[in-house]
Design a protein around this ligand. Structure first.
Ligand SMILES: *[C@@H]1O[C@H](CO)[C@@H](O)[C@H](O)[C@H]1NC(C)=O
Length: 85
């Protein structure tokens, strides 16, 4: 069976470039999430919890075990209102 050797170079290039792009996308997503995997399928509750985490730690993926809230936490929240159409 004849093997199309000349097709292996573009095939290798395509494979390598998809791998590079995927790895960079993965790295970007992890850097934006402080080394954790990205969150998928988040609902309004999750968004509120991420807002709270941001107010507590300064980053939406931040976590802390200190039971005392930081200065200004009690006044930094906002009311969510319905979106106008
Ligand atoms: C993405 O990066 C994470 C952490 O570095 C790793 O565990 C995971 O296997 C990677 N996923 C892919 C598809 O490379």
């Amino acid at each position: 069976m004849p093997v199309p050797w000349e097709a292996l170079i573009p095939f290798g290039l395509l494979t390598a470039m998809f791998g590079v792009a995927g790895t960079l996308l993965n790295a970007s997503a992890h850097v934006q999430n402080q080394g954790k995997g990205p969150r998928y399928n988040t609902d309004a509750w999750d968004e509120m919890m991420m807002d709270r985490d941001k107010r507590l730690t300064g980053h939406k993926r931040g976590q802390r075990s200190d039971p005392v809230a930081p200065e200004g936490f009690s006044t930094s929240s906002q009311w969510y209102t319905e979106k106008t159409r």
